[in-house]
Design a protein around this ligand. Structure first.
Ligand SMILES: Cc1cc2nc3c(=O)[nH]c(=O)nc-3n(C[C@H](O)[C@H](O)[C@H](O)COP(=O)(O)OP(=O)(O)OC[C@H]3O[C@@H](n4cnc5c(N)ncnc54)[C@H](O)[C@@H]3O)c2cc1C
Length: 257
């Protein structure tokens, strides 16, 4: 089976986010594999171990993404591809990402493509489904179980806590949800082996694309942090007075009455 994983490098949500000039400041921040993509890598490895074939992990990003790709290789993926846009593009959106991935998959016989349900940084949840549409293959989102038998695929997906069972066929794109598996930690031998596994680097040119082909269709106008939470207020005194004060606060300060 030809198995592909779409992997995004994201900043660690444990990090304190700082914003400078309308952009998230990456200075000193820790970066990780998007957590939903870890489920995708784990499931891809399990599918390969069961059915044979190989797992290729693909990232669109900059040189720094190599670290997250090596981690996926250390987990057990066979090959990695970095589509490096550093020299060609400054801005991009989901259209950009999908257009690049579409070009990457042209002429490839992918049996299954696994993506994350959502990227924890920008969280549009668009890349997987939009790519499947462009490749004209079926897709199932937020999967929590998958089993492949020949061309037939049985899937369970999370529907806000309920389970939906879906039958579909290969080739297929799925987006992975928490509960699908427990992603493994890379072992020491895995880390050593990963250093020797192939990591191919491509640029837009290699995919017969230029800047104009992938120009973003949307523009981020502003990014800002939510206002800091103010300390709560404890009302004191007679109950009647507290009620009066509460009503006055709701009317004059919170302006909800
Ligand atoms: C060249 C380029 C420049 C960009 N510049 C900016 C910028 O200046 N400012 C800005 O805010 N954002 C920028 N982005 C990021 C972009 O706006 C979105 O983050 C990206 O399109 C994915 O959308 P999302 O994060 O909402 O992912 P979602 O759709 O939520 O992600 C779902 C899944 O799609 C897959 N996926 C998502 N992104 C990638 C990826 N890069 N590589 C491989 N798989 C992926 C993963 O499996 C992920 O779990 C740029 C992207 C590109 C390609």
């Amino acid at each position: 089976m030809n198995i592909y994983v779409l992997l995004k490098r994201t900043f660690d949500t444990e990090e304190k986010i700082a914003i400078n000039d309308g952009r998230i400041d990456e200075e000193g921040a820790e970066f990780i594999i998007n957590p939903y993509d870890e489920y995708a890598v784990e499931e891809a490895i399990n599918l390969r171990d069961e059915h044979g074939g190989e797992v290729t992990v693909v990232t669109i990003g900059e040189e720094e993404s190599e670290k997250q790709l090596r981690t996926a290789l250390a987990m057990g993926a066979d090959k990695a591809v970095l589509i490096n846009t550093e020299d060609d593009l400054e801005d991009g959106d989901q259209f950009t990402t999908v257009k690049i991935l579409e070009a990457f998959f042209e002429g490839k016989e992918a049996d299954i493509i696994l993506a994350g349900n959502v990227a924890i940084d920008e969280a549009s949840g668009q890349v997987g489904p939009r790519l499947a549409e462009r490749l004209d293959i079926p897709y199932v989102t937020t999967i929590t179980s998958i089993s492949v038998d020949g061309e037939t695929v049985q899937i369970e997906r999370d529907v806000e806590g309920d389970v939906e069972k879906v039958e579909t066929s290969l080739p297929l794109l799925v987006t992975c949800q928490q509960g699908l598996n427990e992603p493994r930690y890379p072992s020491l031998p895995g880390i050593m082996k990963a250093k020797k596994k192939p990591l191919e680097e491509l640029e837009l040119d290699d995919l017969d694309l230029d800047e104009g082909d992938v120009e973003a269709k949307t523009k981020t106008v502003d990014i800002f942090l939510p206002p800091e939470k103010e300390a709560g207020k404890v009302l004191e005194g007679e109950i009647d007075d507290q009620v009066k004060e509460l009503v006055s606060l709701l009317r004059n300060e919170a302006k909800v009455l």
